[in-house]
Design a protein around this ligand. Structure first.
Ligand code: ADP
Ligand code: MG
Length: 688
């Protein structure tokens, strides 16, 4: 991005630009600029898009008698007489003054504010924002109210403040930046869209989002900026997607009945419906493009297998991709046992196989002697050639990142695609990530599951937790202990490696303790997983690599160290590793965190096992960029749009984005230049 550095760009009477370094904004300077930089605000453009977190409503000032009992409000009153300052026993100072609204008086009180006395002694009329309480001497009292000039009547912006960057300093900087930009803020939307949808010009919207006169102005500014942001997001996502074609997909006969009748269990109603949906798609001649959402344990694999069976019986090949080798291997084993009594040929292709093994598998694939190929990303390298690929199933899709999607799809003619996700993506977000995907939800669990009991405890309980784990192991069960990191990188983090060594030396001496973490060689990882699955290991200390897929029905306890460090959806995925068998299971979240946010999150985990509810909460608490873990979703963080509340604008912007992209796929028409700029700004942190 172009940055103006060195000389003050306003020196020669030139106006600022969006790319101007924020330090040149009046009232900012070098020191504040560093504080802004810590918030990611480097340029004037960043500053103008650092939106208020809330507003203090001073649009309709009240009298003291009208003030609500326990909410802050704005009082218009005059300062009477001089202020008084006294020292407290604790060595601080208290400054008081009296204000009069024409009917009643109130005492206003400030603590340890050396400068306030001088300001108060100037007298005059002001807006006082704060809570009005009953006073001791006068009728009312306000403690440390914020003071604004009556000219400011309107909504006063409140910015996320830090100690070296109070809200007022941000507000002043924004005001100065807006003044210095004059009318020169370029539009982010083509004027035809602004007119057609009766939006505000970008400059006006920015002015009004920071300093709205009233709620109506705020709403119209917000509507424009949310639309801008969502449209930009959609355009960016379209740019990453492979284009969806409308015809020419292989016609696959529904043969799933033969397969499902051979299963050792009866399908749930939801599984049967999902299979029917997919088979209808695959018979239609148009490519299936479907998202299958189902909570952990809802039985997505059987659905995928039924589709693969139908495709193979119709003479086509299938690819099943998993995000990790461990999971790919597990799918492979599952498919082998599912297809045991059939003539389907299933193969595994992963990065850790020998060169010879890979070569042989690829040759068989190319000559059509493999029906179902299971693997990791290794399946999307260019040298893997299918003979007749017709169905691509991707498990836990979000872990691949947006950009990898479509790479495999380009291998077949136009294969049918099924994306399976165990993170129940809220519908709004799913629409956004996957665009015009059809969605099927497995909203029913196979019978005989008992929900996992979840508890949140402090580290002082660790002794008792170990005792509990041992008791479970002694009665034949297996346990997980999950840690957030492998190495002792952060002070206080339970490091999996050292932790596992200590446990096997001390508390769990004589028990089989294993260790599993992400950067292990796939071969070693597989060995540990196999030892755990076969019962050779009874306690597995691991990082989040077990989050996905691992299926050991005999494992009944999971203890999570530093539980506050995990996202809700991640905890839910982890917890899905237990409660898969007939034994009662327990999840113990260990944390000493005291902040309300963390307590809130752990509480949600203890109260609910509904993955959708948890996902919605997670999205609310963390925002979309963070939702799937950093950089995995491929989604930038949004500044203003709210994926829960702005559903209608999402739908509208999606439709408009599609129209724009159809007409101008690369956004290279001059009138779309502003959109292209916006896309690269929003996605600038994302280099895949
Ligand atoms: P997920 O949706 O998390 O991928 P899986 O496909 O791994 O779930 O299924 C979890 C377990 O439930 C597996 O052991 C699977 O064999 C079993 N299962 C799947 N469907 C049913 C069913 N209808 N009845 C009983 N057990 C089932
Ligand atoms: Mg699964």
């Amino acid at each position: 991005m172009k940055r103006t550095v060195g000389r003050d760009p306003t020196e020669n009477g030139r106006l600022m630009e969006l790319s101007t370094d924020v330090k040149f904004v009046k009232s900012v300077g070098e020191k504040r600029a560093r504080a802004f930089a810590r918030l990611g605000v480097l340029t004037v453009g960043d500053l103008l898009r650092d939106f208020p977190r809330a507003y203090e409503d001073c649009s309709a000032p009240l009298t003291l008698a009208e003030a609500p009992a326990d909410a802050p409000c704005c009082i218009r009153a005059r300062i009477e007489g001089l202020s008084r300052t006294r020292n407290t026993f604790a060595g601080g100072i208290v400054t008081t003054a009296e204000i009069y609204d024409g009917l009643n008086r109130a005492e206003i009180v400030f603590f340890n504010n050396k400068y306030i006395g001088k300001i108060l002694d100037r007298g005059g009329e002001h807006l006082f924002y704060g809570k009005v309480e009953a006073g001791e001497y006068t009728g009312y009292k306000m403690t440390a109210p914020l003071m604004y000039s009556p000219d400011n009547a309107g909504l006063i912006p409140v910015y996320p403040a830090t100690s070296d960057l109070p809200s007022r300093a941000v507000s002043a900087a924004v005001k100065n930046a807006l003044d210095a930009m004059g009318g020169g803020i370029p539009d982010s939307l083509p004027s035809r869209l602004i007119e057609k949808y009766r939006l505000l010009r970008t400059g006006e919207a920015l002015k009004k989002i920071h300093f709205p006169k009233d709620a109506d102005e705020l709403a119209s500014a917000r509507r424009t900026l949310v639309f801008e942001e969502l449209l930009t997001l959609q355009l960016g996502l379209y740019g990453m997607k492979s284009s969806r074609s409308s015809g020419g997909a292989p016609v696959i006969e529904d043969r799933s009945g033969e397969f499902t009748s051979s299963l050792p269990f009866r399908l749930t109603g939801a599984q049967a419906r999902a299979i029917a949906d997919c088979c209808a798609d695959m018979r239609s001649g148009a490519p299936m493009n479907r998202l299958l959402q189902g909570d952990v344990g809802s039985g997505k694999t059987a659905v995928a297998a039924a589709l693969c069976y139908s495709a193979a019986k119709s003479g086509f090949q299938c690819a099943v991709m998993a995000p990790t080798e461990v999971l790919a291997k597990q799918h492979y084993d599952t498919f082998l046992s599912f297809f045991g009594g059939t003539d389907l040929r299933v193969a595994l292709l992963t990065g850790s196989m020998t060169a010879k093994g890979k070569r042989e598998t690829k040759a068989l694939l190319e000559s059509g002697e493999i029906d179902v190929l299971i693997g990791t990303h290794a399946l999307i390298t260019p040298d893997v050639a299918f003979r007749s690929l017709a169905l691509v199933v991707t498990d836990e899709q979000h872990r691949f990142g947006v950009r990898q999607r479509g790479a495999l799809v380009s291998k077949g003619v136009t294969p049918h695609t099924l994306v399976m996700s165990a993170t129940p993506i809220p519908r709004t977000l799913a629409l956004m990530i996957y665009g015009d995907l059809d969605i099927t939800v497995l909203d029913e669990m196979p019978p005989g599951r008992t929900p996992v009991k979840t508890y949140s405890v402090g580290t002082d309980m660790r002794g008792r937790i170990y005792a509990f784990l041992k008791k479970q192991i002694d009665s034949g069960r297996q346990c997980f202990i999950v840690c957030p990191a492998v190495e002792e990188s952060d002070a206080g983090l339970a490091a999996a490696r050292e932790y596992a060594e200590k446990l096997s030396r001390e508390e769990f001496a004589g028990y089989g303790v294993g260790l599993l973490y992400g950067s292990m060689k796939p071969k070693d990882k597989n060995r540990v997983m196999e030892d755990f699955a076969s019962g050779k290991l009874s306690l597995l200390v691991s990082t989040t690599v077990i989050e996905v897929g691992v299926d050991v029905p005999n494992a009944t306890v999971m203890a999570v160290e530093n539980a506050e460090r995990f996202g809700l959806s991640q905890l839910h995925q982890l917890r899905g590793r237990i409660g898969r068998g007939k034994h009662e299971s327990f999840c113990i979240l260990i944390s000493d965190a005291q902040n309300p946010d963390a307590l809130d999150r752990l509480g949600i985990m203890c109260r609910t096992s509904d993955g959708f509810k948890i996902a919605e909460e997670d999205l609310r608490l963390r925002g979309p960029g963070d939702f799937f873990g950093q950089r995995q979703s491929g989604l930038p963080d949004l500044h203003i749009a709210d994926l829960q509340a702005d559903g209608r604008i999402i739908a509208a912007s999606q439709k408009i984005a599609r129209e724009i992209i159809t007409e101008d796929p690369t956004l290279s028409k001059p009138e779309n230049a502003c959109l292209r700029k916006g896309v690269s700004r929003l996605f600038r942190d994302y280099s895949a």
